[in-house]
Write a protein that binds this ligand. Structure first.
Ligand code: HEM
Length: 368
């Protein structure tokens, strides 16, 4: 028996590999990926060594955004068609991509303020503020701001693309339409609104999401969708936060090349949320064994009548939603037991579920 040696000097043995040394008429790796073009696109405007890092990090980020947009537009279409499984898969891929986007800050943070100022003048007025893909992502997720269009005036194609995305329903708008089709009460003026206007959080929508969490067992896909959306929002916020902190360590509190106050401008977006109600409801619910339940007083035991009502709630999403709605309107400082009593009174005032068949889960009927 021969023993293989793994000396560092040993070459990779190719004699037993059927390598295609001659590609014949096939496309090559470099041709397929257009590497000649791609790798010729790093053109520093100064002779500074560190400008290459600045360019590559931006280009890599734009490439990841390219993939995110590709996945997001397809996911949006799937949600529109009630085809949730592939949408969930695509949204999960977007989350992973965001992780890559976030990790580029680690590389960029090796740049010192002196290294950056050495080529900053060469950048002129160019800034990430003018990133078409970034703005498209924001619009597609649901952060609409018509003012942002003006900076794209000199590129008619970019301007029109952005204008179309501004006027179209965002991912969140489509998700709310989906909730409505699945029996949750979404206000009509949320289903067909002026989509170019910023989204305003609604207590009724928050109630619908609480319903989704309460009904996780019977509507797992919506529950999963909710968590995927939170992932996306969470990662986007992390990206913004890392950007701000990296900018702060590189340029301090100097204004940006795009003309804003710099860090002070970036800080304004830190609190932005694409899916605000999904964050609001986190204060009003608790998770037990994977299922979300309304907060109740510690040590509370339910009477058989109350248990029957709870059973009804589980089976009928609109009841959950109404309860959530009641709970959301109660002052946060109200003690547990008092909250429980108020919600129980609301349960008793509800009509029997059979009287509202159009609210059934999966009923597929769209509410007017
Ligand atoms: C040395 C590195 C960086 C500095 C100093 C910097 C600085 C800034 C500043 C000051 C702004 C505010 C707008 C302005 O007045 O210019 C901004 C916006 C922006 N930057 Fe950066 N940035 C850096 C790296 C990056 C990278 C790697 C990306 C990745 C694509 C990026 C993407 C963006 C985007 C998308 C905006 C717009 C954010 C918004 O409007 O909410 N930046 N940047």
């Amino acid at each position: 028996m021969t023993t293989r040696r793994y000396d560092k000097s040993e070459r990779v043995e190719l004699a037993d590999e059927a390598v295609h040394w001659d590609l014949g008429s096939s496309v090559s790796y470099g041709e397929y990926l257009q590497l000649e073009k791609l790798l010729a696109a790093q053109k520093p405007l100064s002779s500074e060594h560190n400008e290459m890092l600045f360019i590559v990090v931006h280009q890599v980020s734009e490439l990841w955004m390219r993939l995110m947009l590709h996945e997001l537009t397809a996911a949006l279409e799937c949600v529109r068609r009630d085809d949730l499984d592939p949408a969930l898969k695509m949204l999960a891929r977007i989350s992973r991509t965001q992780t890559q986007l976030i990790s580029v800050w680690d590389v960029l943070s090796t740049m010192t303020p002196f290294e950056y100022t050495a080529f900053r003048n060469a950048l002129g007025r160019s800034s990430g503020f003018q990133s078409l893909q970034y703005r498209m992502l924001e619009f597609l997720f649901g952060n609409k701001n018509a003012e942002m269009l003006a900076v794209h005036q000199r590129d008619a194609h970019a301007y029109e693309t952005l204008q179309r995305a501004l006027a179209a329903p965002s991912l969140y708008d489509e998700v709310l339409r989906l909730l409505s089709r699945r029996g949750y009460e979404i206000p009509q003026d949320y289903l067909s609104r002026d989509f170019s206007e910023p989204y305003q959080a609604s207590k009724q929508v928050a109630g619908a999401w609480l319903g989704v969490y309460h009904n996780a067992e019977s509507g797992w896909d919506l529950y999963e969708l909710a968590e995927r959306l939170v992932d996306l929002d969470h990662n986007f916020q992390l990206w913004r936060c890392h950007h701000l902190k990296t900018v702060e360590r590189i340029i301090g509190y100097k204004p940006g090349t795009g003309g804003t106050g710099g860090v002070s401008y970036l800080a304004k977006a830190l609190e932005l949320k694409f899916f605000p109600e999904l964050w609001q409801i986190r204060t009003s619910c608790e998770l037990h064994g994977g299922r979300c339940r309304r907060r109740s007083a510690p040590g509370t035991t339910r009477t058989p009548a109350q248990q029957a009502v709870r059973q009804q709630q589980r089976e009928h999403p609109h009841i959950q939603q109404r309860l959530a709605h009641v709970a959301l309107h109660l002052p946060v400082e109200m003690p547990y037991r008092e909250r429980g009593d108020q919600v129980d009174q609301a349960v008793q005032a509800l009509p029997a579920p059979a009287q509202a068949p159009h609210h059934a889960v999966g009923g597929g009927e769209r509410q007017g």
